[in-house]
Design a protein around this ligand. Structure first.
Ligand SMILES: O=C(CO)[C@H](O)[C@H](O)COP(=O)(O)O
Length: 222
């Protein structure tokens, strides 16, 4: 699949989301940050918004669920039309069963790790996942500073994927910009969420293309 850029719409104008998405036509996916005001101290979208967005664009929706009780709540986002559904392992009681349920509903199953959550206890889950998300900020808000301390985890995750021989995508999310994307790509990430970097640019679509070219130049995978 190569390098993918998935702009986050978290810091856009929610009163005109369709237009905001039409400004990033080069995006590989649209990253939809779902927050429940419990798992994180912020509140955003629910399944009905994902369903509405799926009608507003042909770009696949990448739903990142920062919500409690993922086992019960995540399948609704696959049913709502998200192409990829990411649950947090910290909020899931039975991650393997949940990943299988998401796949059975026709979506890509993905699991996220907060900055302090290690990958090693979950390496046997990798064959069950289409994508692993390594958070590079504390989840909850856009516009935060990239945490360099997460880079070793990205490297370890890539090494574990090679060890298990899986095709799982490795996504990074939080503080990704032209300044930080090279470090993530060099460490082995291949899917990049970028919110403020894209939407604060004068031409968001040109920024998507520039981020992609920068990551491609730095990636050992391409
Ligand atoms: O998951 C998130 C916050 O919890 C956002 O996707 C992320 O922070 C994107 O915004 P930015 O690129 O501005 O950091």
């Amino acid at each position: 699949m190569g390098i993918q850029i998935t702009p986050s719409i978290l810091n856009t104008d929610f009163s005109r989301l369709g237009e905001e998405i039409s400004r990033i036509s080069s995006a590989d996916m649209v990253h939809v940050d779902v927050m429940d005001n419990h798992f994180v101290p912020n509140l955003t979208f629910g399944p009905s918004m994902v369903e509405a967005l799926s009608r507003a664009t042909d770009i696949p929706l990448d739903a990142h669920l920062m919500i409690e009780d993922a086992d019960r709540n995540a399948p609704a986002y696959a049913e709502a039309g998200a192409s990829s559904v990411t649950f947090h392992v910290e909020a899931a009681k039975a991650p393997i069963r949940l990943a299988r349920e998401i796949r059975a509903l026709g979506a890509r199953a993905s699991m996220a790790l907060k900055p302090a959550t290690p990958i090693e206890p979950y390496e046997d889950l990798l064959p069950e996942l289409d994508m692993l998300l390594v958070m590079t900020v504390e989840p909850g808000f856009g516009g935060q500073k990239f945490l360099d301390l997460c880079l070793p985890k990205i490297r370890r995750a890539r090494a574990l994927m090679e060890k298990h021989g899986v095709e799982t995508w490795l996504q990074v999310d939080g503080g990704v910009s032209l300044e930080t994307i090279e470090r993530c790509a060099e460490a082995g990430a291949d899917v990049f969420v970028a919110g403020s970097a894209v939407y604060s640019a004068a031409d968001p679509d040109a920024m998507v293309r520039q981020l992609k070219a920068t990551a491609e130049a730095a990636s050992p995978l391409v």
